[in-house]
Design a protein around this ligand. Structure first.
Ligand code: ZN
Length: 101
């Protein structure tokens, strides 16, 4: 099986958070492009991890705990807004949910 489906509760929480809307415009644009090079590497009921390929491959982790969404990326420890990699994963999740698998 190639396609690993994202649990709907997790997918909904990520979509509802609308992370791309919080990113700066350039990261929103770059991240949308990077969605095509995103691969999910780990999925649990309320968390996922994905690798985003680019000049360097980065790992994004998104977790939902008691309805609170948390995200991090290996490109920086001090992110205050979603980086392009986080945007990429959010867009990937959004596409995955509407692909009607
Ligand atoms: Zn990043």
């Amino acid at each position: 099986m190639n396609h690993t489906s994202i649990p709907s509760e997790l997918g909904d929480a990520i979509a509802d958070a609308d992370l791309p809307a919080d990113a700066i415009a350039s990261n929103r644009r770059l991240g949308t492009d990077l969605a095509a090079t995103t691969n999910l590497t780990q999925i649990n009921q309320m968390s996922l991890q994905a690798k985003v390929a680019g000049p360097s491959t980065r790992t994004v982790t998104i977790t939902v705990d008691n309805g609170v969404l948390d995200w991090r990326c290996t490109c920086s420890r001090k992110l205050t807004k979603p980086c392009k990699h986080v945007v990429a994963v959010a867009q990937y999740v959004k596409r995955d949910r509407f692909s009607g698998s």
